[in-house]
Each structure stands twice: as structure tokens, then as C-alpha cells.
Write a protein that binds this ligand. Sequence first.
Ligand SMILES: Nc1ncnc2c1ncn2[C@@H]1O[C@H](COP(=O)(O)OP(=O)(O)O)[C@@H](O)[C@H]1O
Ligand SMILES: [Mg+2]
Length: 313
Amino acid sequence: MYALEINGLGKVYKNGNRALDDVSLTVPQGSFYALLGPNGAGKSTLINMIADIVRPTSGSVRMFGHDLFSERAWCKKRLGVVPQEIAFDPFFTPIEVLRFTSGLFGCKPDDSWIEELLTRLELFEHRGKGTRQLSGGMRRRLLVAQALVHRPELVILDEPTAGVDVELRRRLWGFMREQSSKGTTILLTTHYLDEAEELCDHVAIIDRGRVLTARPMRELLQDIAASDLWLNYGRAIVLTDADRIALAAFEPRESAEGVCLKLGRAAGGESTFHVAYQAAVARFGPPVDAGVKSEDLEDIFLRLTTKDREIQS
Ligand SMILES: Nc1ncnc2c1ncn2[C@@H]1O[C@H](COP(=O)(O)OP(=O)(O)O)[C@@H](O)[C@H]1O
Ligand SMILES: [Mg+2]
């Protein structure tokens, strides 16, 4: 069962901007899903379509098996969205915002849940202030509380931690992780790729309105990540033409301390490791030291998104 089945979504804005081009993704129920992409990739457009703020030009979305566009009311009750843009009525206080939002979803305000949300999101002492008096970080946390107030089964957060300091970010993620362990499906966008790598079990990388990759996080890190074999000779190695030809399969690079060879895929790279190591030994003798460094999420993200730019231009 999928929390979201996104099929062939496209969006062309009135001014001709093609923000999404045939996007298909599945978000498994219960997953903690990272939707990543550079600025302008189309993340907010996608989220705003699910939130009913932007109309798609083409495609369909099913939420827990129900059609998002024809069964809006059913879907809305099960969805909480934290938008990227912050907008509150300045005269409302946090507690009023939360009680009012409960009403919008047709629920009687659950005061103990509202109190827990205010406490966990560190807004409790600010619950009676006008939202105008709240800092940017507090307003963003209020958006998170607002998205959770009707206990939705699917929560979508569009850059919820922009402008939130490290310590608070950690606590916010801890809270979201708890919601996730209770079975809530969470989809988020963030620019903090190390946090996404740590938190999320699924990841999609989009750029220029297209999906570059979408898969379980572990699979991305194991199968898509490239690795480098660093051979330390304690001195600079100058590669001759003969070295470059002999090692061409490993795209050799000189470094201050020796040489670096590309191992390609990390998974099943065992044999490549030995082959590359032996090839280096045959050219330069045994190294003082050797080690493998695999790409992390940020490395993969940069490689995929810059490659995409090169193909386009
Ligand atoms: N209301 C709009 N009208 C026209 N173009 C838009 C509008 N909103 C976004 N875009 C364009 O659509 C593309 C995707 O934007 P967006 O979805 O905000 O990306 P992201 O959230 O990944 O940064 C960008 O080129 C952006 O300029
Ligand atoms: Mg955005």
C-alpha cells in the first residue's frame, strides 16, 4: 500500500514555466521520504499540488489508494502539509491557530494533543502571543504543529528547518522520527543532506522538473554511490601516458600523497577493489597505505544534479 502514487505529473505555469515534467513516484506507507533537489527543481510545485494549492497540468495522484483530485475531502483529512511560505493571521495566537485548524478539519480540538504539540515544538510559553510577535523559527514550528493537529496519516514538510538552529532542528527531527515510528508517513524536502541521509529511509532526487532517481536510501548509498580507492605512497605520483592507459578503467587521478582510482559501484565492488589495487601495485609498487571512500548522499546529489545540467546545456 502506498501513501502516495504519483503518476506522470506535469505542471506548466501560466507564464510558460515547465515546473514538473512527467513526474512519477511512489511513497510507501510508513516511510520517511526525502524529496531532494536544487532550488527551482519543482519540489514546492509538487507539494503544493498535493496540498491543493497548485493545479496540475497533467497526471494523477492516489493517496492511500484514493484519487487525490476526485476524493479531495477524504484525502484532506489524512494529510498535513507544512508549506515553505509562512503566512498566519497576525492577530491569532498559537493556541488559537491550532484550535481553529482542528475545526477546519471537522475535529473537536483535542486540547491534550494541542498542549503536547506546543510543548514538543517549544511553543508552549509563547502560546498566548500574537503570531506577529513570534520569531521566524517559532512561526515555522507553529506551521509544523498546525500540520499535525488533526493527526494526519501523511505529513509533508517543505523545508521545515530553513532558518531553524542546529539544536532545535535536532529536536524537531527527533519529534518527527517519533511520529514516523507510530506509523505516520513523512515526506520532506530539505537542503540539509546529511540530516536527510540520517533520517530518511527513501529518497528521490529531482531536478528541472524530472526525477533523476527514486529508491530506498540504503539502495542509493550502496548501488549508486561510487567509491574512490586512495593509494598513499607518501609522495606525489606523476602519471605517465603509459600509467593512464594501463589504469584507464579506473580514471586515475594524481594526489599529493599518491594516486586515486575510481571503483565505480560500492556494492559488489569487492573484486574491483582487488583488481584496482593490483593494477596500482603493478605500476607503482605496494603503497604505504590504502583506503576506500564512498560517496555520501551529498556527493551523489551533486554528481547527479550537475551531470543533469551538463546534459541540458
Ligand atoms: N507561481 C509560479 N509561476 C511561475 N513559475 C513558477 C511559480 N512557482 C514556481 N515557479 C517556477 O517553477 C519552477 C519550480 O519551482 P519550485 O517548485 O518552487 O521549486 P523548488 O521548490 O524545488 O525550489 C521554478 O523554475 C520556478 O521559478
Ligand atoms: Mg521550494
